[in-house]
Design a protein around this ligand. Structure first.
Ligand SMILES: Nc1ncnc2c1ncn2[C@@H]1O[C@H](COP(=O)(O)OP(=O)(O)O)[C@@H](O)[C@H]1O
Ligand SMILES: [Mg+2]
Length: 257
């Protein structure tokens, strides 16, 4: 079963090629750590996967749906994915409580006016908040929360639709060590117990080494997937930015045929 596959994907921003060739496939529920230097195109790749950016070439497959450059990104696919943007790009125009932010995950736009938020969602919010251990902060304003609490709220927001896939852009930045482990344990549980697939960006090589099933390395316009089991020392591995011939996932696959 294909969960997420991309084939010969090319993505440009403002006429500049950011991703020149990405090919990989995730076939079973996995925790995938996306790693690579600043400006390498990690965020661009994630946004392309969820349909916020249109690719120039290649294709994306999410389960049985195929997205190609000319085709519209299906709403049915978007529903399968919970997305958490990079914290530093989130800017709430009006002060919102943790609860309001979590509920806003049920609608597409992150900065909707309070009046538009669904009313009858308290049970859902409470259930997710309990799993994340944030029940006591639901009525606090987002700005009052610590970095770790803010990231947990945003994670709860990404989870509220009970998506099959979670795409998380730097969910562990600005998070203290204890919350970091709590979040990673939850994510691992979501993969192992709930059968979800999690893709998360981090700069932390230790996390890639200790928590991932796969490492998706984004560098020099390419995105290459490696099985973590086959990488003994991710740090050394990343410093040498491995060559094409060490790639273990075949580059040509009929995922989008
Ligand atoms: N909205 C944008 N307008 C112009 N350039 C952008 C925009 N977003 C990203 N870029 C450029 O695309 C490249 C990849 O950015 P990004 O995907 O954010 O990298 P990463 O997340 O790996 O740090 C960078 O060179 C960045 O400057
Ligand atoms: Mg980024």
């Amino acid at each position: 079963m294909v969960i997420i596959a991309v084939e010969e994907l090319k993505v440009s921003i403002g006429g500049r090629i950011v991703i020149s060739e990405a090919t990989f496939a995730i076939r079973e529920p996995s925790l995938v750590v996306v790693i690579g230097p600043n400006g390498a195109g990690k965020t661009t790749l994630l946004k392309t996967l969820i349909g916020l950016i249109r690719p120039v070439r290649g294709c994306i497959r999410i389960f049985d749906s195929i997205v190609k450059p000319g085709s519209k990104y299906p709403k049915s696919v978007r529903k399968l994915i919970g997305y958490m943007p990079q914290r530093d790009v989130i800017n709430y125009a009006a002060p919102l409580t943790a609860r309001e932010i979590i509920v806003s995950g049920l609608i597409e736009n992150i900065s909707v006016p309070r009046i538009l938020l669904p009313r009858d969602s308290n049970d859902m919010v409470l259930q997710i908040a309990q799993r994340l251990g944030i029940e006591s902060i639901l009525d606090k304003f987002f700005d009052e929360l610590s970095g770790g609490q803010q990231q947990k709220v945003l994670l709860a927001r990404a989870l509220i639709k009970d998506p099959k896939i979670l795409i998380l852009d730097e969910p562990l930045s600005n998070v203290d060590e204890i919350s970091r482990v709590e979040i990673l344990e939850l994510l691992r549980d979501l993969v192992r117990r709930d059968g979800k697939t999690v893709m998360l960006v981090t700069h932390d090589v230790e996390i890639a080494m200790n928590w991932s099933d796969y490492v998706l390395l984004v560098n020099n316009g390419r995105a290459v997937l490696y099985s973590s089991k086959m990488v003994e020392d991710v740090d050394k591995f990343l410093r040498h930015y491995p060559e094409k011939d060490r790639k273990i996932i075949p580059s040509r696959s009929p995922y989008c045929a």
